[in-house]
Design a protein. Sequence first.
Length: 712
Amino acid sequence: MRPDKINELYFSDVNEPIIYDRRKFLKKLGKGIIVIFSLSELSLLQGWSQNTTADNEPNFNAYLRVKEDGRVDCYTGKIEMGQGVITSLAQAIAEELEVPLNTVDMIMGDTDLCPYDAGTWGSLTTRFADPVLRAAAAEAREILIELAAEKLKVSPEILEAIDGKIYIKNDTSKSVSFAELTKGKKIVRSLKKKPNIKKSKDFKIIGKPIISTDAVAKVTGKAKYSGDIKLPNMVYATVVRPTVFGSKKLKVDTSGLSAFKNVELIEDGDLVAVVHSDPEISYKASKKVKVSWEAPKTKVDNNTLFQYLEDTVKEKKIFIEEGSIEEGRQNSSTVLEANYHDGYVAHAPIETHSATCYFENGKLTMWASTQTPFGTREQLAKELDIPLENVHIKQIFLGGGFGGKIYNKQAIEAAKIAKLCGKPVQLVWSRKEEFMYDRFRPAALMKVASGVDSNGKLNVWEFDIYCAGTRGTKLFYNVPNNRTRIFNEDNIHPFSTGAWRAPGNNSTTFARESHIDVTAHAVGIDPLKFRLNNLKNKNMVTVLELAAATFDWNRKKEDGHGYGIALGEDAGTLVAIIAEVYVDKTTGVVETVKVVCAQDMGQVVNPHGAKVQTEGGITMGLGYALYEDIKFNGGNIKTKNFNRYEITKFSTTPKIECVFISKMDSKPEGGGEPAIICVGGAIANAVFDACGARVNQMPITPKRILEAIGNG
């Protein structure tokens, strides 16, 4: 998107908002070439006739429009939260449609303008949207060529599209622009067959490193977030919170508010808030409201957490089972068992949860920091008991999500307050509120047993996973006798937990790759060689070999330095990370020196975007691996700000090198989450290599390192 178009697109109003009724939706569209499609393969392969609703309405959740001015709009319910799809999706469209990249505008996540989408998570956007967007653009290109053939009175076979125009091949003097072809026309098509799309040898835009098209707006402050919205007569809300999560309101003493002018108290069940036109007065007044709360009883704290999980979680299921665990143990010359622990982790986005909204003529309009605009709309309609079409979530940038902005508590609070006070409202959570009410990554316990024969071949693998799930746990190692069991139970954590960048995969990859390393060292085999000898996935072998060559695995180590490997799979992408650390054996402090990340993510649409996403994932991963830890006693969360919750700083960020397997004619796989999953395992293994400390719990703190080497 052109930087000078961003604010216009993000905050423009239309005279007649499009209601999400599919037939009305299509009627409301202006003129131009419109290709509608679903992001599922069904619409691509089987077409409109097989992809309809019960009343025979076309079922679609995105569409592409070539407008009368020649510019191209792509409307999708996906959102942009820093992952870069606002650029890479536009690249895919520009490539197939044969238009300059700066003529493609992405309209994302606006519930009145965009078709429905379930939400932005799981590194799904590029994987599922990119191939269909390319097909839609190719379809639009063919329509335009047909129209040009009619206008120029020639056969379509002798025409080609270049930079927003249709030319007669080998005669550039005869052409017609897309704008000329679309004027006065409204042509709506669906994908009825799979169009021919380009091969990599013909790419002009896909595969080119392009700085994010929203970068200029963001670094200059022109890009707007929910907390930047200013509305006439707007008030700022401050919610009065308990000190213990899950507390219920008993009574409210508002006598302290008499010292403030024009302050309004809002109550709705357990929600207690103060509003004022000045945010500072709103905040100060909220401190004078005394609420008595009934707090839940404490069941667990940092010291008892993992035993609590093992004792409490009883529900289990077998996820994978092959061969015989008993026979595998009997046939192994070495059997090793260990437990691995991973505590609660916060999303800690720079932008806290926020929402700005107003009611007008019974309709709620909101700018919310949410990964699920359509889900937010449904929640609000239900909570406020208003028709779904009376809720409009507008397109807005997010300052990071990482899975934490799926649940929308702040949006519900803001809407309730706005309805009760009758004024536009802005609610921006404080960092303290963010730590209490943003859902943490669940703490997890992993119990692992491995067995190897006398030749160093894995023979048995037992993996019991408490509270981390199955994502990324399918074995890519060749182990004839293996079993993975999942232990999980709802509502056992003392506060809310939920999705956190590659949910569960960080914890289970840490456990698996740590234990693979333990096994390799126990039988005296180099960790790289041990993995290569036991991998069954040939693509993973290729990725690991690329990482090892890039890192120069066999180079001589300096004193106190160690190398560590971890492999993983997430969102269709294979990952190998090799890390170099230096450990001060006196203090236990870890310095991460270098990280190499090799990935097989299929087609890399935007190498620059893939690189910065990888770097971001690794940087965030260093946080959970080395620093981030939530201190709590039941629902009393003691970690309330960054002074007690350390994330990776510029000063502790190592040299990061990203390399990708070249597969430009393959479909793209996920890029937002995969790199983060291997960081913990690679760091743990590098720490062991550097100083002999095998730390089985993240974060790998100096205290735990010293305890592991006997100096604590």
